[in-house]
Design a protein around this ligand. Sequence first.
Ligand code: HDE
Length: 711
Amino acid sequence: MKDKKTTNDKLDQLASHTTSNDNTKLTTNQGLKINDNQNSLTTGERGATLLEDFILREKITHFDHERIPERIVHARGSGAHGVFTLKKSLKQYTKAKFLTETDRETPVFVRFSTVAGSKGSTDLARDVRGFAIKFYTEEGNYDLVGNNIPVFFIQDAIKFPDLVHAVKPEPHNEIPQAASAHDTFWDFISLMPESMHMIMWVMSDRAIPRSFSRMEGFGVHTFRFINDEGKAHFVKFHFKPKLGVHSVAWDEAQKISGVDPDFHKRDLWESIESGNFPEWDFGVQLIPEEDEDKFDFDLLDPTKIIPEEEVPVEIFGTLTLNRNPDNFFAETEQVAFHPGHLVPGIDFSNDPLLQGRLFSYTDTQLSRLGSPNFHEIPINRSVNTVHNNQRDGHMRQQIVKGKVSYEPNSIGGGCPFQAMMSEGGFASHQERVSGTKIRARSESFVDHYSQAKLFYNSQSDYEKTHLQNALIFELSKVTIPEIRERVVGQLNFIDKSLAQNVASKVGVEVKELEFPNQSLPADSNPADLQSEEREAHTRASEALSMANTVKNTILGRKIGFIVASGADFGIINDLKNKLEDQNAVVEIIAPSLAPVKTDKGDALTPKHSLSSTASVCFDALFIGAGEEAAKELMNAENKHKVLHFINEAYQHCKAIYFGEGTEAIYKNSNVAVKKHEDPAIVTWEDSDPDHKFTEAIANHRVWELEAERNA
Ligand code: HDE
């Protein structure tokens, strides 16, 4: 286990704003000690309350105003503090100090989020996840406001309000919550061919991650690095989780939403508390400016990736989350990201989606946080001191001395001075541009299907099945057949059998689509873009399939031990220790929460009872061990619950280990009925069963056996 708490410039700064109520007396907001917090001031024992009661009024007034608007998108989030450590300098490409000085650790705050749901919605919605990082650098805050999917639905910011209105609950009845499976979303998508690549990603299991620590992070847009000589490179940002990219099953996601809607939030919190710090490799794809036109897509088009086969991701650092916030509202809710918070050495590209974002983020903070002084909220403060002539406004915190708040001035000695570039002053990259003022989409943005095909073709068979089933689920909730038909028509440009299979399950025919949409140049047809040359680029890219991810660690995996009285303490304790030594988390599940007396007399303390948890909350199960325990687990009261637990875990392709003496349970479960070879089923008869179990957990799931397990 690693050290839980660290200290750095940002944490020290936050500490000066942090208080605790330990060993204190209750006071009003004015510091007046309160003598009675139980009764209002009234006219006699049964009389009306007096307006004079300032203590009551202060308390109620504050309560009446203690909510702020939730984020219009990304409302539901979880945050954590951490550090960014540079392992290799990027000096050749950028002058950003936090990317060039390898001995420096930069404090960060990261907020993960779902996009469509309200603040109180479930973590396991099928959705994109936000992955927003605030780097507190000595040159000011740098925000990388990314997602766990490297592309986006639309190419131009002007379509964003339409997209969000379409996916959010429908305006007449506010249904459904945190779900894209409804008419308006798919209506919009069916008319928006540029969304097809993103649709492949959000219908894949990437949209139902196992945890935040097991998903990738992407900057999405192409940005620019500028080095000391003023030379620019295009850059794409990547964060690759050390634990690999892993997801849950859709059936599981829906059940987790009921059993533990805070599943991801809880996992992040508990991982950090236990010292299993989530970590990512930080990597970049670098493209010299002169290679801008080398690709068969436009680098400025946010619906495209740069396949890693064409430009490899080079790893330069590590992102580690190592400290939970002290207060959710003060930190996670009030943190305000903005893709326009830059440091020298990083700049934008002309991606029209990014350009629109540059307006939106400050604007939204004004209604969400209520004041242009949101940068003074502790979590948003830069660790570099702020000096400018901006003044006043709601809730101003800083007290700036002197009578000067303008520039140029002589009275204040000219301060604060502009900084020269050599002193760290930011200067926008000088890009040569010329053009006519127009409203039109570039021809280079027109190919909407090649990369959708590339993604689909890169998936393993079981990933293709999951993606297809997700489309069937979503479209089955669409009540208007014409919309289902149009979506299937779009899918037909990507993969004919995918379109056919979905069509057959959602009650429509595959028909040729007769449109180009409004975002395409008038005379272009999307189908024409599927030329022979492009076909070569749609075959497969290894990095796009989760089947090829890291599968060598059980760190942070949650393993449920189903036990009962008389259980074999030796076996249980030995396995528990082995798993915990590798930083897996073992939780005891028993018929009740009463301590379980084992054969040796030692007691095991259950964290859950069979009635208070479910298989979907665990990565793997150990059953047993010992005949006496098995007898209790199979008695009339427990049998149904135990078998349901096991059968459901089996259905979701998890590792299950039947300990010594649990043959009666094994034989009654669905596991025994199937006779195929299954590396994730371990029994007392296996040689070195503990090792086999550990390997199966690291492998995450035997998705490739899903059809057999569910047959
Ligand atoms: Fe955002 N987005 N976005 N977005 N976005 C917001 O800012 C917006 C886009 C992303 O944890 C809002 O403070 C526009 C792409 C994340 O606080 C808002 C457009 C990507 C978060 C906003 C986009 C993102 C937001 C809502 C299209 C991935 C959560 C509250 C032009 C690269 C940050 C807020 C957090 C939040 C606008 C598209 C990522 C309204 C106009 C593409 C991770 O300003």
